[in-house]
Design a protein around this ligand. Structure first.
Ligand code: MN
Ligand code: MN
Length: 345
């Protein structure tokens, strides 16, 4: 429960039960909470992942979500209400527009667990691109993908060398700005792969597909070369050492700054979800309420803890932050369990 709501409720109760002393211990308990602490043990589970490290207004998709965080903590520890009027991040849109209309299930392998934003070809900022090597929802105005989804098992891994052929994606529709490798020059940000080059080493064509700029986003170098790389190695080790089959989803949200004259957004936060199938080769039927899930949400920053395990969260909280429905093809009863589970590696 949020503290303001609790106060309002207790205020009414106080007036209604004037003289009742039973309520005093509750009020004393609330007043003794230190500033900067969540108002209840539950609160941080119902708030976006940035509350685990540091929220900024650029981390939120709308004002309503920023307001939930402001109301969820005593003393505005993230400084979301600079003018002190009780409203957080007033420059954000009041509420986000909802998901696009639902789309029929795809037979693309990489969309086996679903299409998190109902991406199709009608909305340029939720534009579906399906490749043999991965599927993604591209955002024209941000110049980066909303998310990329890919399958990983031993068949995708071989000995092909890293091609390093970063290039603009000529497959984008006419009128879309095509981000170029040079747009990142002198930005201080790496050209960060979403599908890692090393997840696609069976042949030259597959590896080269990971260097299309639609699979790349501006990533802080220490994030890219540090913990993010650590998780990429971890996911491949699940295949190399345990012969697992995985579905992986990742993306960036929020806006930190832009490059290329505003055509390329630097996201504030990066997230990744890995679903480890119980039984290989069964598609979505290989996901159960006991499936192993790995989920992280991390600042796109150079100031990070070294281990990706420090940034584990729940899929529910990534859904809250992004507005997507992850694992939408998984039966809802199973989603409910898996998405509430804290990733615990
Ligand atoms: Mn990388
Ligand atoms: Mn979901």
């Amino acid at each position: 429960m949020l503290k303001s709501a609790l106060w309002a409720g207790l205020g009414g109760l106080w007036l209604g039960l004037s003289g009742c002393e039973a309520i005093l211990p509750i009020l004393t308990d609330i007043l003794s909470e230190a500033p900067g602490q969540p108002v209840s043990v539950q609160a941080d589970r119902l708030l976006p992942p940035c509350v685990d490290d540091d929220c900024n207004c650029g981390d939120f998709r709308d004002q309503a979500l920023a307001q939930q965080v402001l109301d969820g903590f005593e003393g505005d520890p993230f400084v979301l209400d600079r003018d002190g009027n009780g409203l957080a991040c007033e420059s954000l849109p009041p509420v986000s527009s909802g998901l696009d209309p639902s789309v029929p299930p795809s037979d693309n392998l990489h969309l086996t667990l679903g299409n998190p934003s109902n991406a199709a070809t009608g909305n340029p900022n939720n534009y579906l691109i399906e490749r043999h090597q991965y599927a993604l929802a591209y955002n024209r105005d941000r110049g980066i993908a909303n998310w990329v989804s890919w399958h990983l098992d031993a068949r995708w891994l071989g000995n092909t060398e890293r091609q390093n052929d970063f290039r603009q994606d000529g497959g984008l529709p006419a009128g879309f700005y095509q981000v170029t490798p040079n747009d990142y020059r002198n930005s201080g940000y790496d050209r960060g792969h979403i599908v890692p080059s090393a997840d696609r080493t069976a042949n030259v064509k597959d590896n080269s597909a990971t260097f299309l700029m639609t699979n790349i986003l501006p990533q802080a170098p220490e994030n890219n070369q540090g913990l993010w790389r650590g998780l990429e190695e971890f996911e491949r080790d699940l295949v190399y050492q345990e012969d697992r089959e995985l579905f992986i989803l990742a993306g960036g949200y929020g806006e930190k700054d832009t490059l290329a004259g505003g055509k390329l957004t630097i996201p504030t936060r990066l997230w990744k979800v890995i679903v480890v199938l119980d039984q290989p080769g069964q598609g979505v039927a290989g996901v159960s309420a006991n499936s192993r899930i790995i989920a992280i949400d991390v600042p796109n920053s150079n100031d990070l803890l070294e281990d990706w395990r420090s940034y584990q969260t729940t899929i529910d909280r990534i859904e809250l932050a992004t507005g997507y429905d992850l694992l939408s093809q998984v039966p809802v009863e199973i989603q409910a369990v898996l998405e509430a589970n804290l990733s615990q590696e």
